[in-house]
Design a protein. Structure first.
Length: 133
């Protein structure tokens, strides 16, 4: 069954509204925007499978965001501000706090390994960068 309505449609529901769909629900906006304003309360989206959000040019989230679970990124990550990490930063088993660098191919006798950063070394760097503290 189809219903064609030409012109504006305004529906005011004073209490709750429920929509139960047996299979698929598709909303197509041929021109314009799709907007939902939640004035009080939360917005919950639950799926038994994958949730996909696709923006043709970009997708923007404008608020503080918490991700509970693993974040898998398939492209480069850029930031307009500092990235703060709570916990250890690792890459292929190496940790940022304890990693060392091996260097070779320099002048004879200059080959070797760097030491992991120590608190005293970090303190010296911080003191150097902040002499007024």
């Amino acid at each position: 069954d189809f219903v064609d309505i030409k012109g504006d449609v305004i529906v005011n529901i004073k209490e709750n509204a429920y929509i139960n769909v047996g299979k698929n629900l598709t909303a197509t906006v041929e021109e314009g925007n799709l907007k939902a304003d939640i004035l009080k309360g939360t917005t919950d989206i639950t799926s038994e499978d994958k949730i996909t959000i696709t923006g043709k040019n970009k997708t923007e989230i404008i608020s503080d965001t918490t991700i509970t679970g693993k974040l898998h990124v398939t492209e480069d990550v850029t930031a307009a501000a500092d990235i703060d990490a709570q916990g250890e930063i690792t890459d292929k088993g190496a940790t940022l706090a304890t990693h060392i660098h091996e260097f070779t191919g320099l002048a004879e006798g200059a080959e070797g390994k760097t030491e992991p950063p120590s608190k005293s070394t970090l303190s010296k760097i911080i003191d150097f960068l902040n002499p007024f503290d």
